[in-house]
Ligand binder design. Structure first.
Ligand code: LRH
Ligand code: MN
Ligand code: MN
Length: 430
């Protein structure tokens, strides 16, 4: 196995913190034992948890307005894999990478798969891109892709998705995520009904090419880049799609794709109940699809989403197997640090949700004791589970303090010297 971060740096940094961590873990263990919780059982679950890193997240994404690339930006998919490996080596919570085609130029598929396994990484859901034009493509997506009026444009968009499936098959992926930017900017510009009919037709052609052991995730988003109407705008439409397509089709919930204040945890519960929750794109937002770091704005909401997930896991909900991925990118941090922090935030929300006293909660619900029901959730959310996360990382060979260890490792200056600086400029990704 190839390491990007030397194990001696990790060991030296861990040694500085190990004693304090041991005592923090023991004292948290005692406090949890008083609540009837076995800390080691929680740690084992957290240690087994993983979230996929988006290949596009390790580069500086930017906003619609500008890109300010950092030092040592990955030049190609192999550089991206190495950056993803750094995240995994330090956090031990991100064993898979989610690719985006054609942003990721993948010609040598066997070489890519081999490099992934040498780095201890495998390939999660494939993401197609028909929301921007690739150089040299025959038909433009300016007025839509899978829902375009012109059959030839729709066909091109379908074929791109089929190509993503083929690439994914060669890499060992088992899912395709489809997000389209199709929609309209003016009332009357397009027919809501006819564009959705065309969408379903196109998706049926993609679904027909899906291998038996694959799933397709469709991702809804309220607005942007279309600002008046979007074809797959909300979880209701998304649920209809999954129903129409069949048993291998599921809904993907990107936390940033809802109106502010929407009760996302409730959407999650509904999709679980009706066996159509495919997975997540975790990120955080204040206003719209901000793609901020997961848990950076509203960690309680992230916890409430995980509360639904743990509830489903605990009761063994039928057909419950969501894929967990991060989807974030912005201009202001080192993306490796941001992605590590987000992976840890997701793990934290999971650990906190595992602490919820579910019997007590059900009792309070039964008694209509709203205050105590809320306090039961808050008691779990208020618990500082960092020692659990850190011990899980340590025992899996990772860093007690991933960001500090990463900074000590000198990885960013090293790749900055190897990878040429790239120019910033106008709009980034959505
Ligand atoms: C759309 C989206 C979708 C894309 C990604 C880059 O806003 O969330 O998942 O594939 O951003
Ligand atoms: Mn997304
Ligand atoms: Mn998005």
């Amino acid at each position: 196995m190839t390491n990007m971060i030397s194990t001696s740096v990790i060991e030296t940094e861990n040694a500085k913190r190990q004693e304090a961590l041991k005592s923090d873990y023991e004292s948290l263990g005692e406090r949890l034992a008083r609540r009837g919780i076995d800390i080691d059982a929680v740690k084992r679950k957290v240690a087994a948890y993983g979230v996929a890193v988006p290949s596009w997240g390790v580069g500086t994404g930017g906003t619609r307005f500008a890109r300010f690339p950092g030092l040592g930006e990955p030049r190609n998919i192999f550089d991206k894999l190495e950056d993803c490996s750094v995240i995994q080596e330090l956090t031990r919570a991100t064993p898979t990478v989610s690719l985006h085609i054609p942003w990721d130029k993948v010609s040598d598929l066997a070489g890519l798969r081999e490099r992934g396994s040498a780095l201890g990484l495998s390939f999660d859901a494939m993401n197609s891109n028909t929301f921007s034009d690739a150089p040299g493509q025959a038909h433009s997506y300016k007025f839509g892709s899978l829902t375009h009026n012109a059959a030839a444009t729709r066909r091109q968009a379908v074929e791109h998705n089929l190509e993503c499936i083929e690439i994914g098959k060669a890499l060992g992926s088992k899912a395709l995520t489809v997000w389209i930017g199709d929609g309209s900017n003016f009332p009357g510009q397009s027919s809501f009904t006819r564009s959705f009919e065309r969408y379903l037709d196109s998706m049926k052609a993609i679904y027909a090419a899906l291998p038996d052991d694959w799933r397709v995730f469709t991702e809804h988003k309220m607005y942007e880049p279309a600002f008046y109407s979007t074809v797959v705008q909300d979880w209701g439409t998304n649920y209809l799609i999954a129903q129409e397509l069949g048993p291998k089709a599921f809904c993907l919930v990107d936390l940033g794709h809802h109106a502010p204040n929407v009760n996302i945890e409730m959407i999650v519960a509904r999709l679980i109940q009706f066996k159509k929750l495919g997975g997540f794109h975790f990120n955080d937002s204040k206003y719209g699809d901000d793609d901020l770091d997961t848990g950076s704005i509203d960690p309680y909401r992230l916890f409430l989403v995980f509360n639904e997930l743990v509830d489903a896991e605990t009761r063994g909900a039928d057909g419950f197997e969501p894929a967990h991925m991060l989807d974030q990118s912005h201009n202001v941090t080192d993306p490796i640090e941001s992605l590590m922090t987000s992976a840890m935030e997701v793990g934290r929300a999971y650990a906190q949700a595992l602490l919820v006293d579910r019997n007590a909660l059900e009792g309070h619900q039964q008694e209509n004791d709203a205050l105590m029901a809320s306090e039961t959730l808050k008691a779990a959310f208020r618990t500082d589970v960092e020692p659990i996360l850190a011990v899980a990382r340590l025992e899996n060979g990772g860093a007690i303090a991933p960001v500090a260890t990463y900074r000590k490792s000198g990885y960013r200056p090293k790749v900055a010297a190897e990878r040429p600086a790239i120019a910033g400029g106008g709009g980034g990704i959505v």
